[in-house]
Design a protein around this ligand. Structure first.
Ligand SMILES: Nc1ncnc2c1ncn2[C@@H]1O[C@H](COP(=O)(O)OP(=O)(O)OP(=O)(O)O)[C@@H](O)[C@H]1O
Ligand SMILES: [Mg+2]
Length: 339
C-alpha cells in the first residue's frame, strides 16, 4: 500500500497554491495527522515559507546527498540511483522535503526519458526516472510514518509536473476569479486526462515486457490523478473591480470544471457555484495577516498578540483557524483521511 499523494495544481500562476498548501499542511498536522510536504516547484517558495534563509543556504550550498528533492534525484542524471531523502521536521507531525532551484535542470532528463519508456527494451531506467518523485515521496513518508503527502508544483505543463502528476492520487485545483484562471482550467483538464492515458500505456508496456521479472521489487505509481475539486481564491479579486466582474468568472467555474476536468456535462444542466459539489471552499483574502504570518514563519491561525495580531487581527486569526479546520475536514473526507 502506498501513502496517498495530494497535489495542488493550476497552470495559471499566483492563485495562492503555495500559501494554501502551507496552511493546510499545518492544519492537518495540528489535527494529529502525520504529514509530509514536498516542494516540487523549482521556485521553492514553499521551502522559503517553512525555512529561513540561512537554513536554505545551507541546504543548497552544501549539496548534502538527499537534503533537497533535487539532491535525491540528481544521481539519476548520471549513472547512479535515487538517494534517500533527508527530511526537515517543522513541528510535531510535519515534515518537509525541501525544494531546490536546481530542480529545473531535471526537466530535460525527464523529457528525454518519456519516449524511451515506450520502447521495447531497456525500460527499467526510464521508468525509474519517470517515477523518481513518487519513490522519493513514498520513502520519505514511510520514514516518518506519514499518512498523507501534500505537494506543491509550479504553474506549467512541463515534464517535472507531468512526473509529479503521474505520482499523484488526488488533485485539488486552486482558482482565481478571473479569465486567466478559467483559461488555465481549460488547459489543465485535458492535460490531466492525456497524462493519465499516456502513463497507463507506459504501465502496460512495462508489464508486457520481460523486465518486471528482472526487477520483482520495483513498484510504480498507478497514475490515478483523481481531481477532487477546486478552491476559489477571493484574494485575487481586485478591490477596484465591481463585485459583478468577480461573479461573472465564479459563476462559470462549475461548468468549465465539468467540461474540462471531468467527463463533460449535459447541456440542460446548470450549476450554481455556492452549492457545487466540486467546490471545496473559498480562500479568503487575509490581507495584512498573510505578510505578518510569512514574516513570523507561522500559519495565520497561529499568530499571537506578540506577533502583532491584536484587535481586529486577533478575531481574523480565530476566523482563519475555523476556515482552515473546515477545509481540512472537507479535503480529509474526499481523500478518506480520518481526522
Ligand atoms: N488568502 C490569501 N490572502 C492574502 N494574500 C494571499 C493569500 N494567498 C496568497 N496570498 C499572496 O498572494 C501571492 C501569491 O501566492 P502564492 O505564492 O501562494 O501563489 P502560487 O499560486 O503558489 O504562485 P505560483 O504560481 O507563483 O507558484 C503571495 O504574495 C501570497 O502571500
Ligand atoms: Mg507557488
Amino acid at each position: 500500500m502506498s501513502i496517498p499523494i495530494l497535489t495542488f495544481f493550476n497552470n495559471k500562476g499566483g492563485v495562492g497554491k503555495t500559501s494554501l498548501i502551507y496552511h493546510l499542511s499545518w492544519m492537518f498536522a495540528s489535527l494529529g495527522k502525520r504529514v509530509v510536504v514536498a516542494d516540487l516547484d523549482p521556485q521553492a517558495n514553499l521551502t522559503a515559507a517553512f525555512l529561513n534563509e540561512d537554513q536554505i543556504d545551507e541546504l543548497w550550498n552544501n549539496s548534502v546527498e538527499g537534503s533537497t528533492v533535487f539532491q535525491c534525484v540528481k544521481p539519476l542524471t548520471g549513472v547512479g540511483d535515487i538517494t534517500e531523502p533527508k527530511l526537515q521536521q517543522i513541528v510535531n507531525n510535519l515534515y518537509l522535503i525541501p525544494g531546490d532551484v536546481a530542480l529545473s535542470s531535471y526537466e530535460d532528463t525527464l523529457a528525454g526519458e518519456w519516449p524511451k519508456s515506450m520502447a521495447d527494451t531497456n525500460l527499467y531506467r526510464p521508468m525509474r526516472i519517470l517515477s523518481s518523485f513518487w519513490h522519493v515521496m513514498q520513502t520519505a513518508a514511510i520514514k516518518v510514518d506519514a499518512e498523507i503527502i501534500l505537494v506543491d508544483i509550479g504553474p506549467n505543463l512541463g515534464a517535472i509536473n507531468r512526473s509529479v502528476l503521474l505520482a499523484t492520487d488526488y488533485v485539488i485545483i486552486p482558482l482565481g476569479a478571473d479569465l486567466f484562471s478559467l483559461q488555465g482550467l481549460k488547459n489543465l483538464g485535458p492535460a490531466l486526462k492525456s497524462w493519465r492515458n499516456l502513463w497507463q500505456k507506459r504501465l502496460n508496456n512495462w508489464k508486457s515486457s520481460s523486465e518486471p521479472s528482472h526487477y520483482p521489487n520495483f513498484k510504480l505509481p498507478t497514475g490515478r490523478m483523481q481531481p477532487i475539486g477546486y478552491l476559489s481564491q477571493q484574494h485575487t479579486v481586485r478591490l477596484d473591480r465591481p463585485v459583478k466582474a468577480y461573479d461573472k468568472w465564479i459563476n462559470r467555474i462549475p461548468q468549465v470544471y465539468r467540461e474540462s476536468v471531468l467527463d463533460g456535462v449535459s447541456e440542460d444542466q446548470t450549476f450554481l457555484p455556492e452549492n457545487d459539489q466540486y467546490r471545496l471552499g473559498t480562500i479568503k483574502h487575509y490581507r495584512s495577516l498573510m505578510p505578518m504570518a510569512q514574516e513570523c514563519r507561522k500559519p495565520i491561525f497561529n499568530l499571537t498578540a506578540a506577533d502583532g495580531a491584536i484587535g481586529s487581527h486577533a478575531n481574523a486569526v480565530l476566523d482563519a483557524k475555523k476556515d482552515f479546520k473546515e477545509l481540512a475536514k472537507i479535503v480529509g473526507e474526499k481523500i478518506d483521511l480520518q481526522l
